[in-house]
Design a protein around this ligand. Structure first.
Ligand SMILES: Cc1cc2nc3c(=O)[nH]c(=O)nc-3n(C[C@H](O)[C@H](O)[C@H](O)COP(=O)(O)OP(=O)(O)OC[C@H]3O[C@@H](n4cnc5c(N)ncnc54)[C@H](O)[C@@H]3O)c2cc1C
Ligand code: FES
Length: 296
């Protein structure tokens, strides 16, 4: 069992947990992920490592509440445990001295990007980071990313924070303005990573994306995470999760990510019907915690 030692709601629908997992923490490297199973009835699902502490033996995960598994995970409180946590899985990011590195991130990609920025900075790279959210209210950990960046930018999809634009618009403008960028890393939802890859392609700047295909075993055996990259078949769990975004067959990837929507919808409806009290419990717990914090 893997105990949750900290839990906080970062912004609406995104939860951050710190979990005791000493073996994972010991071996973790930027770009890797774990596969979790919340309870006996639960499915296996992957989560990127947003941070880790080797001394304390903890790992951090930031997740977007989407369906049954992430809702089950969000319904756990500090002191509760996760049944399984396997990892670290996947190939670590290749940390080299590239020169000027542009890091584009959004949503659950923000934590892993901060870890990546730290490692790339240590290698002597110049870090230009751009964080995306659909509105100002959905931004988090700006200070942490700003601290490890030489240049830090924020873009939002509405007009709540300056100019309305997304990371792909930023990349296009930044490259069009003649700024030198040697490599781009993008981490966030598949649509964002696809658009970033499309934006950089005409400029020939290599763009590495961290793919979120549907995974089951995470060890190359089930075939669920199959993707096409440069006309070759790859398995995101063992060959990735990072790939050259200009080579990824995005249409096929997005189609395969959507293949269980009817079953996912049914699963969530059934779980919600029997477990709505857990969501209420956790909302009350959040409220109490907030009151206690306000009272010192
Ligand atoms: C390497 C990797 C790292 C990831 N890191 C994070 C992260 O740090 N934070 C985060 O919020 N999300 C992350 N994801 C996505 C996360 O795994 C899915 O959002 C989660 O499994 C959804 O499960 P659900 O039951 O809540 O939703 P469901 O309703 O079951 O599914 C909603 C959608 O999530 C995707 N999904 C469902 N099951 C899986 C699965 N087993 N594997 C991958 N995708 C699935 C599908 O596109 C599906 O349509 C990562 C995915 C991968 C492959
Ligand atoms: S998750 Fe099974 S082969 Fe990749």
């Amino acid at each position: 069992m893997y105990k949750i030692v900290e839990r906080e709601v970062l912004v609406p629908n995104i939860v951050h947990i710190k979990v005791e997992a000493p073996y994972v923490a010991q071996a973790a490297q930027p770009g890797q992920f774990v596969i979790l199973r919340v309870d006996e009835q639960g499915e296996r699902f992957p989560m990127s490592l947003a941070d880790w502490d080797r001394e304390k033996g903890t790992i951090n995960i930031a997740f977007f509440v989407l369906g049954t598994s992430t809702m089950k995970l969000a319904a756990l409180k500090e002191g509760d445990s996760i049944l399984d946590c396997v990892g670290p899985l996947g190939n670590p990011t290749e940390i080299e001295n590239y020169g000027n590195v542009l890091l584009a991130c959004g949503c659950f990609g923000i934590g892993p990007t901060i870890k990546l920025a730290e490692a790339l900075k240590e290698k002597g790279n110049k870090i230009i980071s751009v964080m995306e959210a659909r509105s100002k209210a959905y931004l988090f950990w700006q200070d942490r990313l700003r601290d490890v960046s030489d240049e830090f930018h924020v873009v939002v999809g509405d007009s709540s924070y300056g100019k309305k634009e997304w990371t792909n618009d930023f990349i296009q403008e930044y490259l069009r303005a003649g700024n030198k960028v040697d490599i781009i890393f993008a981490h966030g939802c598949p649509f964002m990573m696809m658009e970033c890859s499309k934006a950089s392609k005409p400029f020939g700047v290599k763009t590495i994306v961290s793919l979120t295909t549907i995974m089951v075993d995470g060890t190359g055996m089930c075939g669920s995470c199959r993707i096409t990259v440069g006309e070759e078949t790859k398995f995101a769990c063992v060959d990735g999760p990072e790939f050259d975004g200009h080579e990824v067959d995005w249409d096929n990837l997005i189609m395969r990510q959507r293949r269980y929507i009817p079953q996912e919808y049914r699963s969530f409806s059934l779980w919600e019907r029997d477990n709505w009290h857990k969501i209420m419990d956790v909302a009350l717990y959040e409220k109490e915690k907030l009151l206690m914090m306000q009272q010192g």
